[in-house]
Design a protein around this ligand. Structure first.
Ligand SMILES: Cc1ncc(COP(=O)(O)O)c(C=O)c1O
Length: 954
């Protein structure tokens, strides 16, 4: 490995290590191992046709040139994206900080208390701004949040409504066009009819179940919806309201005028526009609907010692358990961005947020006044940040457009020729004068000069918020940068991330998120661009996205790629909708059966249900492989209605099933399409591909295989890659031409989470064809090395025909439970005492641990993990033989906090030293777990999902 090559930084083991590891596995060479692992009939015949890997320095030059092709104008388009100032203390300590961006979804609560607190703050902020009692954290974007609201209202129908087949959801016509676009996509397969109209003329009919409004609406107008809401609710329907968190600092919040659901984007709370994303959507509702709330909820609970502790609440609603009956398919959300938005509220506090909102409003008022003086008409009666301007007859819209572009500004242009301006927190005096210059010159009037914004009138009294918000102590405590940085650090110290130790979560691919891949994210040329600017201002983005699409198509063997879906599950949904549309185009619209193996991830059946499909489960045999005979029987049984087969490859059992091509053939022979879940693509890149195995469409988790970090539960990017016959159905967009002409949008932004695509782009460009293939081989090597070293103690549940695992393996733990009463949960909690995050727990097989080391871990780290697992095995043996107490042992009491270990009283049957320092290296490098084992059931019984009010601290 040449030392200046990025591959030598991305991959963990050195050449000598590889030799030793191969010896332990029992093969002569890496190629021999790969031959034994990946079936010959699916291997690629040619190397990937991608460019050679660049050094980090070369890549920097390349990405800098691309960045310079993007033009950062002042943008007043609004429509759901606004320029915002990310406080530098948040930028540096969260967005650019690997402890925050490389950590995983907080399923292991004890080592996630920092990000759990940050997300609880986000939820509290949402509840406070919207005046709703319960919020989640978080959803993918505003459009999908609207769809979740529609779905939730639909499932909350009364018995009578259900019986009567009430299926109409009213949508006010002045909702963002992209939100309506996503609603159209999501309504149709569920049999929901959207009735789009003006709320002022609408009367709830017997067949309604809900209504969706926007406040302020798409024109920027602030309507009084209280009467409409009451009338609709009196008919037994629910009302969901899209809103703007900043506006709610001034306006009566929807929770105070009766809304059942309040949702929207939190982007303008310090998260850059990023050419569309990623951003975190928020979603709040009434307490009585808690079991129907989509997405993750952070709740307060306590640990074994009675200490305050946080964890994910009410998980039984989620797809992991409920599968096709889940409230939603959402898994990866936008945790990192939610964390940032919550921190923005903490940084500014109630008075700061209000001051920003007032300033924005005052600038909008000032502009309205001055532009009116120039002979224009401002048509919004009541507005917050957006004014809509009617041009006098002698002023041409084109003149406004070229004058504004000349001054590097983007305005919004309505279909009827009116011009829109949405003001944001970055707008200053200079900007105001430029805007006025445009309107004055277009009207042939002298250019006015403004030298102050001083106009501290707030919104009209009848719409003005009277209630206080952000009352909790956390929102008033950290004003100085020193205090803020320390608070962020304090939270950070409670969490395990990739900078602490390997995170061997099977199916999650926690690989290196290289600093060079991450750095461009902070550049304004990538993050300062609104998704609706003219394309010639985003040429860098388009060059990057074109190349990325081409590279991903090459890697998957498919024809084209849609970058729009914002997570793996969103990709599944998009792919299934594409399949559905394909069948419809052939007069096969009745095909609605999705065959899904019993081992599938919960999002698969949940996505199929959302796409209007009926889920039929296919069993696996005792070796963990899909039962091909059963698959054949089901495919034939349902051949008239078969829509698709959803298959993860290599399987969620970590095995390359050699019958995969046969399975795909069976599906095609019976009229179905094959959807490949690409979560395990890290075992395929360069060796095989979804097209080669016979699939028609797949999603990729760029946040797994392609180096986008997990961010504590998002961002995610789940592009779908399709064969030629499906290209025409890829998701389009109602506002921007994104190059596709197929189904309606599946996300708000035309190109999804565009800004983080820079990470994947860097990953592919720096590894190049050889490096990517090498990475796959080493991922398989690392997994087989761990399997070889752990198989005797634990047992590897499934292997391929030659006894090899793919890039991950399932460690058997059930015999330990039988012999010693120690569960897989006990093992994962004990791992925390050793400084490790647990592998994937009880998925896809209950009572097991699934380990995926990735190619980025060095032999030394793998050995540390293996030594730890073996030390834990010895501890279990002590319980089994009676050398340790059956209940009072290091495993069942794990994790041990510093507080427990240093208490004056120590009553346990083992020593403090054994609890804290079971292996020598822990004396040098110890992670101190902040809380003991968390009581999940208590938290769910006493659901509490906001941070404590100020009084309770006194
Ligand atoms: C096999 C599999 N499919 C789908 C998903 C869902 O992907 P996402 O979390 O990006 O929505 C996961 C996530 O872990 C997975 O492991």
């Amino acid at each position: 490995m040449a030392i200046d090559k990025f591959v030598s930084r991305h991959i963990g083991p050195r050449e000598d290590d590889i030799k030793e590891m191969l010896k332990v596995i029992g093969v002569q060479s890496l190629d021999e191992l790969i031959d034994q692992t990946v079936p010959a009939n699916i291997r690629l015949e040619k190397p990937l046709n991608l460019s050679n890997g660049l050094t980090e320095r070369e890549y920097f030059r390349k990405i800098l040139k691309i960045a310079q092709k993007n033009k950062v104008f002042n943008t007043y388009i609004g429509m759901g994206w606004y320029d915002t100032i990310t406080p530098s203390v948040i930028l540096r300590n969260i967005l650019e900080n690997p402890v925050w961006y490389t950590s995983y979804t907080p399923y292991q609560a004890e080592i996630s208390q920092g990000r759990l607190e940050a997300l609880l703050n986000f939820q509290t902020m949402v509840c406070e701004m919207t005046a709703m009692p319960l919020a989640n954290s978080s959803l993918l974007d505003e459009g999908t949040a609207a769809a979740e609201a529609m779905h939730m209202m639909y499932s909350l129908r009364s018995r009578a409504q259900e019986k009567a087949g009430a299926n109409v959801c009213f949508v006010d016509e002045l909702i963002w066009p992209q939100t309506l676009d996503v609603l159209i996509t999501r309504a149709e397969p569920l049999g929901i009819e959207l009735k789009v109209g003006n709320f002022k003329d609408a009367v709830a009919g017997e067949n309604w179940f809900g209504a969706i409004l926007q406040y302020p609406n798409s024109n920027g107008e602030i309507e009084d919806y209280a009467g409409f809401t009451k009338a609709v609710q009196e008919k037994g329907c629910k009302v969901a309201v899209a809103t703007d968190l900043l506006a709610l600092a001034l306006l009566t919040p929807p929770g105070e005028w009766g809304a059942d659901i309040v949702f929207g984007s939190s982007q303008r709370f310090g998260v850059s526009m990023g050419y569309g994303g990623p951003i975190a959507a928020f979603f709040a509702t009434r307490d009585e609907y808690k079991r129907d709330l989509p997405g993750r909820i952070i709740g307060v609970s306590k640990d074994v010692n009675g200490k305050h502790a946080l964890r994910l609440a009410l998980q039984t609603r989620e797809q992991h358990i409920k599968r096709d009956k889940a409230t939603s398919n959402i898994c990866t959300a936008q945790a990192l961005l939610a964390t940032m938005a919550g921190m923005y509220a903490i940084y500014h506090g109630p008075e700061g947020i209000k001051a920003i909102a007032e300033r924005v409003h005052n600038i909008a008022r000032l502009l309205a006044r001055e532009i009116t003086k120039l002979g224009y008409a401002q048509v919004n009666k009541k507005h917050f940040d957006t004014i809509r301007i009617d041009l006098p007859r002698h002023v041409k819209r084109e003149d406004i457009e070229w004058l504004s572009l000349d001054l590097e500004m983007n305005f919004r242009y309505f279909e009827n020729g009116q011009v829109g301006l949405s003001i944001d927190e970055t707008t200053n005096i200079e900007d105001i004068n430029w805007i006025l210059e445009v309107f004055a010159k277009a009207a042939n009037k002298p250019v006015p000069v403004i030298d102050s914004i001083a106009d501290d009138r707030s919104v009209d009294a009848d719409i003005k918020r009277k209630s206080k918000f952000l009352k909790q102590e956390v929102f008033s405590k950290f004003r100085s940068e020193t205090e803020m940085a320390r608070y962020i650090k304090r939270l950070e110290k409670k969490d395990i991330s990739l900078v602490h130790s390997m995170i061997s979560l099977g199916s999650c691919t926690m690989k290196l998120n290289a600093a060079t891949e991450m750095l461009p994210l902070s550049w304004i040329e990538f993050n300062g661009i609104h998704p609706y600017v003219p394309k010639n201002q985003a040429m860098g983005y388009h060059e990057l996205m074109e190349e990325l699409r081409r590279d991903l198509a090459e890697i998957t063997g498919f024809e084209d790629v849609s970058l729009q879906p914002n997570s793996g599950a969103a990709g599944e949904y998009a792919g299934l909708m594409v399949i559905r549309e394909y069948h419809k185009s052939r007069g096969d619209g009745h095909r609605n059966v999705a065959l899904i193996p019993s081992s599938a991830h919960g999002t698969n059946p949940a996505s199929a249900a959302m796409a209007g499909m009926k889920v039929v489960v296919v069993p696996c045999d005792e070796r963990g492989n899909i039962d091909v005979e059963a698959l054949k029987a089901k495919a034939e049984e349902y051949k008239n209605d078969l829509a698709c087969f959803m298959v993860t490859y290599p399987s969620t059992h970590g095995v390359f099933e050699s019958s995969i091509t046969e399975m795909c053939d069976i599906i095609h022979q019976n009229g179905g399409q094959v959807y490949m879940d690409g979560a395990n693509m890290n075992a395929q890149v360069g060796l095989t591909n979804p097209s080669r195995i016979g699939a028609d469409v797949c999603h990729l988790n760029l946040h797994k295989t392609f180096a986008i970090p997990h961010g504590g539960g998002g961002p995610g990017v789940g592009p779908i890659c399709v064969a030629k016959h499906l290209v025409e159905f890829l998701p389009a967009h109602s506002v921007m031409n994104n190059g596709h002409i197929g189904i309606h949008a599946v996300a708000s932004a035309p190109w999804g989470s565009a800004s983080v695509l820079t990470i994947t782009y860097g990953y592919i460009k720096m590894l190049g064809a050889d490096g990517l293939t090498e990475a796959t081989k080493i991922a398989i090597l690392n997994a087989n090395y761990i399997a070889a070293r752990l198989k005797d103690n634990y047992g590897i549940l499934y292997t391929g025909e030659n006894g090899r695992v793919g890039h991950e393996m399932i460690l058997e733990c059930r015999h330990l439970k039988t012999a010693a009463g120690i569960s897989e949960t006990d093992i994962s909690k004990r791992l925390m005492d050793y400084g490790f995050h647990a592998p994937t727990l009880s998925f896809p097989v209950h009572g097991t641990l699934m380990v995926e080391p990735t190619e980025s871990e060095s032999k030394e780290e793998l050995d540390r993990f293996v030594d730890t697992m073996n030390a834990i095995f010895d501890e279990i043996k002590e319980v089994e033989t009676g050398a340790a107490d059956a209940v009072d042992n290091v495993l069942m009491n794990a994790p041990h906090t510093a507080e427990m270990l240093t208490a004056n009283e120590w009553t346990h049957a083992y020593s403090r030293e054994k609890a804290a320092y079971p292996l020598e290296w822990l004396r040098e490098n110890k992670f101190w777990v902040p809380v003991g084992r968390v009581d999940n059931a208590w938290g769910d019984r006493n659901l509490f999902c906001t941070c404590e009010p100020l009084e309770s601290y006194k």
